[in-house]
Design a protein around this ligand. Sequence first.
Ligand SMILES: [Zn+2]
Length: 181
Amino acid sequence: MSYDDNKGFSKNCYVGRKDYIPDMIVLHSTPSFVKGVNNFYDETKEVSAHFIINNDGDVKQIVSLDDSAWANGTSLNQDSDVYYRFAKNEIVKNRDYNANYYTFSIEHVSVDGELTDEQYASSKEVIKKIIKYIKEKYDYDFIIDDKHIVGHRDVNPIVRTVCPGNKFPMDRIIKELQEEI
Ligand SMILES: [Zn+2]
């Protein structure tokens, strides 16, 4: 299986951010790079992420940072599995609008959240790039903590009980970012 690397950004996104300042980063895992990329360009699947990071640390951007990827949406419908009040993260739980508008999403190719050294380094670089972008575009200082850098499971706990996986180095990456920025 392969993928077309010359497609530009995916159409699977909302253009822009409505009037929201994106102030959270959501981390994900997905088992296959090629399958993930193909899904993110497949308009019938209606899913995407801003970035996907392969095991060798290779980063592919799928959606522009100006736009809202379809990775971790929340719904205002109480009957929905992704109803925003189900969120474990307090910020998400208190915002009655779709979380895709105010988040950046990063996929990591991993089964259980364990990252290779190359992947971990790339993930940190991508997060730094996003933080810099937020400052430049919105003149907003991103808050580096476990309320603003979260796992998918914190946003959509019913449909994603483990994403990005139990072995994802969440504490380590937040701590190092706090030290390095
Ligand atoms: Zn996820």
